[in-house]
Design a protein. Structure first.
Ligand SMILES: [Ca+2]
Ligand SMILES: [Ca+2]
Length: 118
């Protein structure tokens, strides 16, 4: 699993151990490994940035009950929600920066007529 839990723009390595409900997250900013108890047996890890602050939030989904638990990186508070397992991708997304590549023409360009360039 990967996510940017510390918000430095780089992915952090994360492992969820469901038997103990422990998350092991290696923060890319410091290299330190954090151990956080969240979830447990039968829970699926679904980390995502749910609150839109740029940092991935710890989140687990419990299929038997259909409950989601999201721990906001903003205030550390847990939100639980009943819902189906659909990936709630609702972030702003990146608009992308596509466009024609900028090519320098060197200030000299001729289409059909002959030009002398120096
Ligand atoms: Ca990071
Ligand atoms: Ca967040």
């Amino acid at each position: 699993m990967r996510g940017d839990f510390d918000g430095d723009g780089k992915n952090d390595l994360a492992v969820f151990h469901d038997a103990s409900g422990l998350w092991f997250i290696k923060y890319s900013s410091t290299g330190a490994v954090a151990t956080i108890g969240y979830g447990g047996t039968g829970y699926l890890p679904v980390p995502e940035n749910y609150d839109g602050d740029g940092m991935t939030d710890l989140a687990v989904y419990h299929p038997p009950t259909g409950l989601w638990f999201v721990r906001s990186s903003l205030n550390g508070g847990t939100t639980s929600e009943l819902g189906r397992r659909t990936h709630p991708h609702r972030g702003p997304g990146s608009p992308g920066q596509r466009g024609p590549p900028r090519v320098s023409l060197g200030g000299c360009w001729s289409a059909s007529r002959r030009h002398t360039c120096r």
